[in-house]
Every structure is written in structure tokens, then in C-alpha cells.
Ligand binder design. Structure first.
Ligand SMILES: Cc1cc2nc3c(=O)[nH]c(=O)nc-3n(C[C@H](O)[C@H](O)[C@H](O)COP(=O)(O)OP(=O)(O)OC[C@H]3O[C@@H](n4cnc5c(N)ncnc54)[C@H](O)[C@@H]3O)c2cc1C
Length: 443
């Protein structure tokens, strides 16, 4: 039977032998809520900690975000990743919505406009590929206008299953579902601790539990496993400080409903995105701005003007219909150099640079020792601009890693795909790339 040996040694995981199945998760955005949900289903005791007064106040605090795949002209690893994540997200959201009517999720479809030469080329290439109509339809301008409910000047790629979600509601429902009696098989337990900033993680010996301390040095929690889901603060801990990352600031803007905007039926993607009027807030959300290498951000009316200007370029009638616009939410999306997130165990960097040092010589015949990790420390972060769509599947595979459910895979296609995703999102992938290229200046 096929097993982990078919994965390169540096991406393999050990068999875990947990004593208490108690895990502490640092950060209650969508990443933290997703992994908490998955682990509670798998029978774990989860302590979820956040420094804010409420959950989902940072990147996951937007009024509206899009759930959609990201397509490339030709089939690619990146596209496969986003499509798998999208499928998983739609299944999860459909099931959650059945149990929680208050989930602010709207499967109203997404029209990605072919609004420039590059998007037109992509549209043409996608048209030549054979997609299931349920997943993707390549529409002309008239068809796009009919679906949107407002006049559009462009052809579009239409994803009927896509839509928009209020991320705070997503996070709340995931946590409520952990407690819910209706939840299919929740068997673990969740404890949420707010207004608590974790400053460091320590343990004296490898066999000890991790201790999480606050600013005063007081121990807040301890557990045999810790998962870091701290969004923009990914690099704050000594164990994560070397993970390559890039902060990108983003702000969304809202406009109150009006007769014209009320006709919009779908979510639309152009340079940015916009969502139809929300029943709950009577607002339409648009944006988001995208400023690289900004570590901190706050609401800014100049950014709202830029968001409106961008909207006017592609949907002038809609932008003209707004009498008023307001700042919605500003936050940092933490991204990575190759745009894949990080999930899995935190690699022991010294072990990697020592044991895999000759990878550049291409010794494929050589038996390398299996990867070594900082025992009990895991990460789910670097979700960038698509975390609402990708966090579910990433959390699911991370949950499988912790539960040793990822060892036999060849007979199961989806497990096979999950293994590839696991490798693309591995915390040591940049070290391995550097070693293969023989970059001596290891990060
Ligand atoms: C303007 C904007 C628009 C977006 N639009 C979309 C979209 O349309 N579709 C999509 O899929 N994605 C979108 N995203 C991206 C998506 O929102 C993010 O990828 C996702 O929210 C990241 O989630 P996270 O849990 O990693 O981070 P966060 O939501 O930032 O959560 C991290 C949490 O960790 C806590 N924390 C950090 N350090 C500590 C510590 N030491 N101790 C205690 N607590 C700590 C923080 O308080 C925070 O609550 C958008 C993001 C932005 C900013």
C-alpha cells in the first residue's frame, strides 16, 4: 500500500501520539475558527485565544467577502488549489447554512468581468477549456447583463455557485456549531478566551507541554499542541519569525441602497469586487484597496475615494447612483511570496539546513531522513486575499495531519490532491527551494 514514503522526506509528517488531545489556537479569525471547528469535530479539546474583545475583528472583520475560485488561463497548480478549496467551501457553507439559518452567506453567483486585455485573453482560454456549467460559464456581454441585473459593458466568467459572505457571521457560526446539538458529530469541546494577548510560547523540554505567556509573564494556557493562526502577527513568535511573509493592507467601502443598486443580483469581480445590497444592512460593499508592505492600517476616506474611482471605471452607472459612501473596514492580509498559505507543522530549521544540505546536488537516489518539526507547534496563516475561500480545506488537511489521517492515499484521489496541497503549503518549502538552488543565505 502506498504511504508517506511517496512524499519527499522533507515534507513528511510523523505519526503523532497525543496524550490529552488538548490544543491551544492563537487567533480567532477565520483561520482559528476553521481549525477549532474541524478539531472539535475530531474530538479535541480546543482553547481558542484572541487579544480582541470579540472574535473576527482583524482581516476577518470585513462586512462582506467573496467565496470564489481563482482561475488561470491554462490549468495550473494554483488553479487546482483554489478550485479544491472552493469546492470544499461550498460544501461546508451549504451544510452550515442548513443548520444555521442566520449564516450571512449568499450563493448569488459571481461574474468576473473581462475588463482588460489580460482578462479577455483569460476569458478566451477558459472558453476553450471544457468546464461543467454548474462550475463555470463563459458569458457574452448581454448574457452577463441579464445575470447581473444591471448593465455591464463586458463579457464575464460566471461562477453560479460562488457568492458573498459576512466573515464575522462565518466565524460565529463555526464556533456556535461546535456547541450546537444539531452539529453532525461534534465530540470535542471549545473554550474561547478573549482580551488575551499571547506574547510567547515556551517549554523546558521537548516532552513538556507548551506554555503560553502574556506580557506580565503569566501563563495563560498550556497544552501539548499549539496552532498559530495569528494573521498579520504571524512572525511575532520566535518560532515563526523566519517564515517569509508580506503584509498587504486593504480597505472596503459601503454605499447605502438605492433603486439602481437594488437591481444588482450577483457579486461582481473586476480589479476589485462588489457585492449586492445586503438584506441585513441595506448596504452594498465594494473595494478592496491593495497596498503592499504596510504593517498597520486604519480607515481612510482617501482610500474610499480610490475605491469609488476604481468602481466608476468599470461600473459607471452604479458608481453614479451612490449619493453617499462610507468607510467599512481596514485590515492587513498576510500573504506569502508564492501566494500559497502556510499550514502544517513548524519545521525545525536547523535540522533542514543540516540534513538536506546537499539537495542542490540532485541526489535523488539518496535516502534522506524524514522531516523534523518543532514538536507540537503548528501554523495556519498567510491566507492573503482569499482566506475566506481557502481556510476551510487548509484547516481540514491540517486536522488530518494532527490525527494521522493522511498516511494512506493512493487509492483515493481527493486524498492524493490533499497531499499535493499539503506540500505546496508546507512551512519549510522556501528553505527547500533555497537548498535546491544552493542559496547559502538561508532565511
Ligand atoms: C479588505 C479585505 C478584503 C478581503 N476580501 C476577501 C474576499 O473577498 N474573499 C476572501 O476569500 N478573502 C478576502 N480577504 C482575505 C481574508 O479576509 C483573510 O485571508 C482572512 O480573514 C485571514 O484570516 P486569519 O484568521 O488568518 O487572520 P485574522 O482574521 O487577521 O485573524 C487573526 C487573529 O489573531 C489574533 N491575534 C494575533 N496575534 C495574537 C496574539 N499574539 N495573541 C492573541 N491573539 C492574537 C488577532 O487579534 C486576530 O483576531 C480580504 C481581506 C481584507 C483585509
Amino acid at each position: 500500500m502506498a504511504n508517506q514514503k511517496q512524499i519527499p522526506a522533507w515534507f513528511r509528517y510523523p505519526q503523532y501520539n497525543w496524550e490529552s488531545k488538548h490544543v491551544v489556537v492563537i487567533g480567532a479569525g477565520i483561520a482559528g475558527c476553521q481549525i477549532a471547528w474541524h478539531l472539535v469535530q475530531a474530538g479535541w479539546q480546543v482553547t481558542l485565544i484572541d487579544r480582541e474583545q470579540k472574535i473576527a475583528q482583524q482581516a476577518s472583520g470585513n462586512p462582506a467577502g467573496i467565496i470564489s475560485p481563482k482561475m488561470t488561463a491554462q490549468s495550473s497548480t494554483g488553479e487546482d488549489f483554489y478550485v479544491s478549496c472552493f469546492d470544499y467551501a461550498i460544501t461546508q457553507l451549504t451544510s452550515l447554512k442548513n443548520r444555521h439559518q442566520n449564516l450571512d452567506w449568499h450563493a448569488c453567483g459571481l461574474l468576473q468581468l473581462a475588463h482588460n486585455a489580460r482578462e479577455e485573453l483569460r476569458w478566451e482560454s477558459l472558453k476553450n477549456r471544457d468546464f461543467d456549467q454548474i462550475f463555470l460559464q463563459l458569458l457574452d456581454q448581454k448574457q452577463s447583463t441579464d445575470i447581473a441585473g444591471i448593465p455591464l459593458n463586458y463579457k464575464a466568467s460566471y461562477f453560479p455557485q460562488a457568492g458573498w459572505i459576512n466573515p464575522v457571521s462565518f466565524c460565529e457560526v463555526l464556533l456556535n456549531d461546535c456547541e450546537s446539538k444539531n452539529s453532525i458529530e461534534a465530540s470535542g469541546k471549545l473554550n474561547v478566551i478573549l482580551k488575551t494577548d499571547v506574547i510567547n510560547l515556551t517549554r523546558k523540554n521537548e516532552s513538556d507541554d507548551w506554555q503560553l505567556c502574556n506580557k506580565q509573564g503569566k501563563i495563560i494556557a498550556s497544552a501539548e499542541a499549539v496552532i498559530i493562526t495569528s494573521g498579520k502577527d504571524l512572525n511575532r513568535f520566535s518560532q515563526t519569525k523566519n517564515l517569509p511573509s508580506m503584509p498587504v493592507a486593504g480597505q472596503t467601502t459601503t454605499a447605502p441602497s438605492n433603486a439602481f443598486a437594488n437591481q444588482l443580483k450577483t457579486t461582481i469581480g473586476h480589479e476589485g469586487y462588489l457585492t449586492p445590497i445586503s438584506d441585513t444592512t441595506s448596504q452594498l460593499t465594494f473595494g478592496a484597496s491593495f497596498e503592499r508592505n504596510i504593517n498597520d492600517t486604519e480607515l481612510n476616506t482617501e482610500t474610499d475615494k480610490n475605491n469609488l474611482e476604481q468602481l466608476s471605471k468599470y461600473l459607471p452607472q452604479l458608481a453614479d447612483s451612490f449619493v453617499d459612501i462610507n468607510s467599512a473596514h481596514a485590515a492587513i492580509r498576510m500573504t506569502t511570496p508564492d501566494r500559497f498559505p502556510y499550514f502544517g507543522g513548524l519545521a525545525d530549521q536547523d535540522f533542514y539546513t543540516d540534513k538536506y544540505n546537499d539537495l542542490h546536488q540532485g541526489k535523488q537516489y539518496k535516502e534522506y531522513p524524514d522531516a523534523k518539526y518543532i514538536g507540537g507547534l503548528f501554523v495556519l496563516a498567510g491566507l492573503g486575499s482569499r482566506g475566506l475561500t481557502t481556510s476551510g480545506l487548509c484547516a481540514r488537511i491540517l486536522c488530518d495531519i494532527l490525527n494521522n489521517n493522511n498516511n494512506d492515499y493512493l487509492n483515493n484521489n481527493s486524498q492524493n490532491e490533499n497531499h499535493l496541497i499539503q506540500q505546496h503549503c508546507h512551512s519549510a518549502r522556501f528553505i527547500i527551494k533555497d537548498l535546491i538552488r544552493k542559496t547559502t543565505n538561508i532565511r
